[in-house]
Design a protein around this ligand. Structure first.
Ligand SMILES: Nc1ncnc2c1ncn2[C@@H]1O[C@H](COP(=O)(O)OP(=O)(O)OP(=O)(O)O)[C@@H](O)[C@H]1O
Ligand SMILES: [Mg+2]
Length: 500
């Protein structure tokens, strides 16, 4: 177990660090032998850290950030960690603090002088919730799921008879038993799919076949030599979880940080991006259907909506354009020669739409948006394998946990469900993790949506900045959302391009 202890700095230089004193005392107890402890003495640092501890202990007296800002952001920053708060001796101020913490969904609170008032002392709090909230019904899962946060143990993994995974980019041939196509009524057919991926190995779930169209497509040889940019797409198993919100917010964050972005609406059936930016005139992506993909055609439909942000709108004529096989991948290729970052928004149930093969296969990152709802989690189990079928390897997937409420269950449950579709042999390190947690904030989203604005970017601790930073760095840029530092980091830029 990895435990981070965040307490105030010692008041005098020659005094011991309170966090070290806590660790020394904990290490005297046998149950904590083998735990790895780290120390943090600054609230701001805690909210910016890239670490992923199993347990975090935070003192009410931690300095470096306003305590309410700290408490509010902790569950978003560490949605999968057990958060334990040290509230101090019980008095009126402590009670007000506890009330605030509970309001933000944090209930593992130790009161009194350490080790704390019985029975919920610090050693207990490190492994047990004070008020366990059992919102997850085990019957949702048809196969047993390990308890949240635990990785499959080594022994178990090695017993698997699945193909050994390696880290090479060699082609793996997967035999996937397909269900009959509904349209054709054909019998079950075994089909071999070649996927260029490291671990594109779905669990034995039967995965609905898209349809015959996909099988008939020839193989397109992409000319990738001129490619410069990074291609990211959003995805979700169902509608309304926040795909467009993710695409738009990350695009704006990057544009404001000085990185040029093209935001494309690939939701061909129900495009949203033009509505968000109030674009109601002109041509959209349908203009390109059936044409050779040329830069001048693309430039005819692209709309600049703010500095560094161009939009390639979805269909503007209320019809569903038909793209010839290979056209969309050509389009993405061309865009990647024009922009350092291209972000594509998609529609729900992407696996049922044959044109998405070309889009997902080309993605450098897939932002998989999920929420905490029971159904979402249940569906999530079979959803990751569908991504792998589209040619997305697990390490390219980032889970965006949207509409999160810390008052519901721990986010590690969501992660676990998401990863349940991968075979056990897939190394834990490669399995997707929640990289962004966005709180449920209905009022602000409704108001901002009407104004064509996004929510959260004015908050320095907003997790949207983490996502934008990752994309910027992938594209060879530095990311700093402070207005005075919106310049490209020339060294990173050079190195990033060199890497590509
Ligand atoms: N964190 C949030 N808190 C509250 N409301 C949110 C949040 N994120 C998004 N919303 C709202 O949820 C609604 C759906 O979001 P969005 O359009 O991004 O979802 P989507 O997955 O793209 O949907 P669709 O499948 O219809 O394209 C919008 O009204 C949006 O403002
Ligand atoms: Mg949408």
């Amino acid at each position: 177990m990895y435990c981070l202890i965040a307490t105030e700095k010692p008041s005098q230089l020659n005094e011991p660090n309170p966090a070290n004193m806590i660790i020394n005392n904990l290490l005297k107890l046998p149950q904590f032998h083998g735990w790895h402890f780290e120390v943090c003495n600054d609230g701001n640092e805690l909210l910016r850290s890239q670490s992923n501890p199993d347990v975090i202990v935070v003192s009410r007296f931690l300095t470096g950030e306003n305590i309410e800002v700290l408490i509010k952001n902790l569950p978003l920053k560490y949605p999968s960690s057990r958060i334990v708060l040290l509230a101090g001796v019980l008095n009126e101020t402590t009670k007000a603090f506890i009330k605030m913490c509970v309001g933000y969904g944090l209930t593992n609170i130790v009161t009194g002088k350490l080790p704390g008032d019985r029975p919920y002392t610090l050693p207990v709090a490190l492994t047990e919730d004070k008020e366990p909230v059992k919102t997850i019904d085990p019957s949702w899962f048809d196969s047993p799921i390990d308890s949240p946060g635990e990785e499959p143990d080594q022994e178990e993994s090695s017993k698997e008879e699945e193909p050994q995974l390696d880290n090479t980019l060699s082609e793996i041939v997967l035999d996937i038993i397909k269900q009959p196509s509904k349209a054709s009524g054909q019998p079950k057919a075994k089909r071999v799919i070649k996927l260029k991926a490291r671990t594109v190995i779905a669990n034995q779930h039967e995965i609905p076949v898209v349809e015959q169209h996909r099988q008939q497509q020839p193989y397109y040889g992409y000319n990738n030599t001129r490619r410069k940019g990074v291609f990211c797409v959003t995805s979700a198993n169902k509608g309304g979880v926040g795909k467009t919100t993710t695409a738009v917010t990350s695009a704006i964050a990057l544009a404001d940080a000085g990185v040029k972005v093209c935001l494309c609406d690939f939701d061909l059936g129900a495009p949203d991006i033009s509505a968000f930016f109030d674009l109601n005139k002109g041509r959209g992506i349908e203009y390109l259907a059936g044409k050779p993909i040329r830069q001048n055609y693309i430039e005819e439909i692209i709309v600049n909506v703010r500095k560094n942000l161009d939009i390639l709108p979805g269909p503007m004529n209320q019809t569903m354009p038909v793209f010839e096989p290979g056209q969309l991948s050509e389009l993405v290729n061309m865009l990647l020669t024009m922009y350092p970052v291209v972000i594509g928004d998609t529609s729900p149930e992407f696996w049922t739409k044959p044109w998405y093969d070309e889009i997902f296969e080309r993605a450098d990152r897939v932002f998989s948006v999920v929420d905490q709802s029971k159904f979402s989690e249940h569906e999530t189990k079979t959803y990751a394998p569908k991504l792998t079928l589209m040619g997305v390897s697990p390490e390219k997937i980032r889970i965006i946990l949207n509409k999160f409420s810390p008052k519901l269950h721990n986010a590690s449950v969501v992660e676990k469900c998401f990863c349940a579709g991968f075979k056990k042999g897939v190394p834990a390190k490669m399995k997707p993790k929640i990289s962004v947690t966005i709180p449920e904030d209905w009022n602000n989203h409704v108001v901002a949506g009407y104004k064509g604005q996004v929510v959260g970017l004015d908050n320095v601790y907003s997790q949207w900045h983490n996502l934008a930073k990752e994309i910027a760095e992938l594209a060879g840029y530095g990311y700093n959302h402070a207005p005075e530092n919106k310049k490209e980091n020339p060294l990173k830029s050079l190195l990033g391009r060199f890497k590509k």
